[in-house]
Design a binder for this molecule. Structure first.
Ligand code: LLP
Length: 427
């Protein structure tokens, strides 16, 4: 498995902890993350970019658990946020708001005000209207807003259409010619301070080609701006570095090679004064995490055209990626049962045919077997919902031979707390 787990005596461990022990202590479904794996990924990326001045701003959206944010903050990461809520999380994790960049196409006035008050490092601006709004809010708050314009370099990231963002038909960023005029506006505005330039062409990119191609387009704009007397302190390349989900056969992607990316950027940045910013999410946390689920029922085939179903206690509300993107996640037994291997459709209890975690998986399972769903540390828990009034899963962070519950399982009381039957009913 690509994730940070391995078999010891026929049972899966994450670091020095048996997944069976975690399931016994906190139940299932549970997300389990490895501190050592996140640390190693952060250090590998830092190392790959050590010849170019680089700051890593972890994309909070990938996994926003406070313990994960705190860990990355301690390792030296800044943060890339897309909402005021994510900024509150950075604060709650005890991390520095001044090391935050703020991305996203729909920043609201209150969110902008909060970010200005906390003196974040930069607003990544996605449209002319947003730039005007930020200028207005900065003036009202009697301050100056550091900005970078998100340029859409029209590069095909060759990834799933839902997570491809660098083409001109996407809602993100502005084309280069618009960026130039926005920079002129910002340069002259007393409440705006031009800090950098930004791009993000998509997610789960496994080939450095498109990433370097987009840096080349950005550098052309940097040069044009220089000719206009506008200099920039940083170039933000966004995130998007892909991981290996371990899908067999032709669909196997292999992870983006950090060292190749770092070397390519280093070569292109030679002699240039700008610092590089990176906004990695998935590549730091995806393979640090697994989702632990238990088989509730086996529903073997009833005829030649019907498959075997293994109904587990995790569902699309816990891990949406298979249903939403037809994403492939590896599924293995925590301890293979002593039965013959069979092909199973691994599905959840939610009332939708789209509620599956994996199709056609060869597994040795009985009812009550524990399953481990791999590469679930990114865009797993953060995309969870209460669909079918299912409480969200627990989250556990493992460190060596110990583990901590870093989010308790949601209860029915948690879910009902915000609702009332009628206006008269007391809260
Ligand atoms: N920066 C910006 C501006 C972004 O929009 C994103 C991700 C990132 C950084 C981090 O990208 P990463 O390094 O994680 O690829 N839910 C989808 C992924 C959506 C990505 C959205 N933007 C999935 O489960 O695959």
């Amino acid at each position: 498995m690509q994730s940070a787990v391995r078999y010891v005596d026929q049972t899966l461990y994450i670091e020095e902890v048996a997944l069976e022990a975690i399931a016994q202590a906190v139940g299932t479904p549970t997300y389990v993350y490895s501190k050592a794996h996140i640390t190693a990924q952060f250090e590998a990326l830092t190392e790959a970019f050590n010849r170019t001045p680089t700051a890593i701003h972890y994309a909070v959206k990938a996994n926003s658990n406070l313990a994960i944010l705190s860990l990355l903050g301690e390792l030296g990461a800044g943060f890339d946020i897309v909402s005021g809520g994510e900024l509150h999380r950075v604060l709650a994790a005890g991390c520095d708001p001044q090391r935050v960049v703020f991305s996203g196409v729909g920043k609201q006035s209150e969110e902008i005000d909060l970010a200005l008050r906390l003196k974040i490092a930069c607003f990544n601006v996605e449209s002319e209207a947003e730039l005007e709004r930020i200028a207005q809010r900065a003036e009202l708050n009697n301050t100056t807003a550091p900005i970078s314009i998100r340029v859409n370099p029209n590069v095909d990231a060759q990834t799933h259409p839902y997570i491809s963002t660098g083409l001109q038909n996407n809602k993100f960023g502005v084309p280069p010619e618009v960026a130039l005029s926005l920079y002129q506006f910002a340069h002259q505005h007393p409440h705006l301070e031009v800090a950098g330039i930004d791009c993000h062409i998509g997610s789960q990119i496994t080939d450095v080609g498109p990433l370097l191609e987009s840096l080349a387009s950005i550098l052309a704009i940097v040069d044009e701006l220089k000719g206009m007397g506008i200099s920039l302190e940083h170039i933000d390349l966004g995130g998007g570095m892909g991981i290996d989900y371990g899908e067999p056969g032709d669909n196997s992607d292999g992870a983006l090679n950090f060292a190749d990316y770092g070397a390519g950027v280093n070569q292109m940045m030679a002699g240039r004064p700008q610092k590089i910013l990176l906004e990695p999410g998935r590549s730091l946390v995806a393979n640090a995490g697994v989702l632990l689920a238990r088989v509730e029922y086996l529903k073997p085939a009833t005829g030649p055209d019907s498959p075997n179903f293994a109904v587990v206690d995790a569902a699309m509300n816990d891990l949406l990626r298979p249903a939403l993107y037809q994403a492939w996640h590896e599924i293995v037994e925590v301890r293979p049962a002593e039965v013959t291997a069979e092909t199973w459709q691994v599905v959840g209890p939610v009332c939708e045919t789209g509620d599956f975690l994996g199709h056609d998986r060869t597994l040795k399972i009985t009812d009550s077997s524990l399953l481990c769903i791999g590469s679930a540390g990114a865009y797993g828990m953060v995309q969870a919902s209460n669909y079918n009034t299912r409480g969200r899963a627990a989250e556990v962070l493992v460190d060596g031979d110990s583990f901590n519950l870093v989010r308790r399982r949601e209860t029915i009381e948690d879910q009902l707390r915000l609702e009332r039957v009628s206006a008269e009913q007391k809260q």
